[in-house]
Design a binder for this molecule. Structure first.
Ligand code: MLT
Length: 412
């Protein structure tokens, strides 16, 4: 008899963004004349930087010629891209990361989901609340939790991120082995300073724990006192794996390219206490289960690091950040407390009422899609997340519609 992985039965029926999509399609079916403005899922709207498009074309030409055609590439990525990442994202910030510590992939979502395969089933895991649902759901699938009770899975240590701690969780009171952190944060848009991040690195060192640091939104950091990488903290290369993505940085959500940094010093331990290097283990996993990102896409990603690429990416991110500023200011002027939107494309809005009710109010009244905070965890109840990935015209129209549906006018 074929048996099912019963851990899947512990999960909520569908992924958060699938739930939202269902409500939105019910709304559009009932209201075909209404123009829906989507500020829910963080999907980019600006086209690829021209320098990336040119690289894609050139690489496609190479693939069409017998002399330059390429078959399977190296599973961990072409040297030209790994070198460019190590140089520009790390060495330029004083972090000693080598190209062979960088693993190119098709997405930070997949990597943050897959990395848990390297760890024992019985480890203690700390996850922030609210949290990007992938960290939680993939560990549920792997059998590391009990059932979900009142919105929380038994077995996790939840790290509350609330207004009281400025949405930067405190260290856990109990000993944990694996810690997920994400800054600039999805969903709250909060950032972490070097001093606070150092506390986590020190904790991980003292407890032989490992930090999984999701920095997919680092390109949105404009406050230069903030760390872009956890490796800006001394010793983090012994206790942290970092995830990055070209999705939000350079508009690759549909093109797919990301990377994960597994430093050679990072270790996990056997039950007998023997230390095992994680870099060769991740290499083993990727070379067994993954055939690499296509050559044209890696060429496009490498183009991000050229002088023109850097300027084009900065211009696009500046544009989204201006959207974020508009959203944050408008929602604040409507009387809502907001976090994020300054070094992040997400604005976390305290609604003062049930998240899904507020979501429905904005969808049904203003035809604006947001993300209900409770979908990210129980500490997200009473919040919505608004994404700044949109055209300026849509952002302004959405803010006007929201003000109208809430029966308020801007206090400006
Ligand atoms: C989000 O809206 O949280 C993100 O787009 C999801 C993702 O990057 O997978």
């Amino acid at each position: 008899m074929i048996r099912v992985n019963e851990n899947y039965l512990k999960l909520k029926a569908s992924y958060l963004f699938v739930d939202i999509a269902k409500r939105v399609s019910a709304f559009t079916e009932a209201n075909p004349e209404k123009k829906v403005i989507r500020m829910g899922i963080g999907d980019v709207t600006c086209p690829l930087p021209p320098v990336c498009v040119k690289a894609l074309h050139d690489a496609a030409d190479e693939m069409g010629s017998e002399n330059s055609f390429k078959g399977y590439g190296p599973e961990a990525g072409y040297a030209f891209l790994r070198e460019a990442i190590a140089e520009n994202d790390y060495r330029a910030r004083g972090c000693k990361i080598d190209p062979d510590e960088i693993f190119v992939s098709d997405g930070a979502k997949c990597d943050t989901a897959n990395i848990q395969e390297l760890f024992s089933e019985d480890i203690k895991i700390a996850v922030p609340d609210p949290v990007y649902p992938v960290y939680v759901d993939t560990n549920v699938m792997a059998g590391r939790t009990g059932d979900n009770e009142n919105g929380r899975y038994k077995g996790f240590v939840y790290l509350n991120s609330t207004a009281d701690n400025h949405f930067v969780p405190d260290l856990p009171k109990e000993k944990v082995d694996l810690i997920y952190l994400c800054f600039p944060n999805n969903p709250t848009g909060a950032t972490i300073g070097k001093e606070d991040l150092k506390k986590w690195v020190d904790y991980a060192k003292a407890n032989k724990a490992l930090i999984l640091y999701d920095a997919a939104y680092e390109a949105f950091i404009r406050d230069e006192s903030l760390p872009h990488s956890i490796y800006e903290i001394e010793g983090a290369d012994e206790v942290a794996i970092e995830f990055r993505s070209f999705s939000k940085t350079a508009g690759f959500t549909g093109t797919r390219c990301a990377f994960t940094v597994v430093p050679k010093k990072v270790k996990a331990y056997t039950a007998a206490g023997e230390s095992i290097d994680l870099n060769p283990l991740w290499n083993r996993r990727q070379s067994t289960k993954f055939n690499g990102v296509s050559y044209p896409v890696q060429k496009a990603a490498a183009a991000v690091y050229t002088p023109e690429g850097k300027a084009q990416v900065k211009a696009t991110i500046d544009f989204y950040l201006e959207n974020a500023k508009i959203i944050r200011e408008k929602m604040t002027s409507l009387g809502f407390r907001c976090t994020g939107g300054e070094n992040s494309p997400y604005i976390w809005v305290e609604t003062g009422e049930d998240s899904w009710n507020f979501f429905d109010k904005l969808l049904n009244g203003a035809a604006v899609v947001t993300t209900p905070g409770s979908g990210f965890g129980s500490c997200g109840e009473g919040f919505i997340r608004i994404s700044a990935f949109n055209s300026r015209e849509n952002v302004l129209e959405a803010m006007n519609r929201i003000a109208a549906v809430l029966g308020k006018s801007y206090a400006e």
